[in-house]
Design a protein around this ligand. Structure first.
Ligand SMILES: [Zn+2]
Length: 95
């Protein structure tokens, strides 16, 4: 029988190993019986942290896009088609 330790408290789980009767939540684990009860809350925290990260990355992308639009507008590429027109114009510029 494989000897495995709980990923949370480092105590032996008393179970056989991944693919046997071990307690895993997807790739997270193994857990002992007592820590297993907290898994849904832990996973919810991980998912919430990922969601916050994605929201902040989205804000950064929006800021970059607005900066690009503004820079293009200063150079005469106006409106929603500015970025597309600039890409087309750039194709004719010498490299
Ligand atoms: Zn544990």
């Amino acid at each position: 029988m494989a000897f495995e330790l709980c990923k949370e408290c480092d105590e032996p789980t008393g179970r056989a190993g991944k693919g046997e009767d071990s307690l895993y939540a997807g790739d997270f684990g193994p857990y002992c019986e007592s820590c297993w009860g907290d898994v849904p809350e832990d996973l919810a925290d991980i998912i919430e942290a990922q969601r916050r990260k994605m929201v902040s990355m989205n804000d950064i992308i929006v800021d970059l896009y607005e900066s690009l639009e503004s820079a293009l507008s200063d150079r005469g590429y106006e409106g929603e088609d500015g970025i597309e027109n600039y890409s087309e114009a750039k194709a004719f510029l010498p490299r």
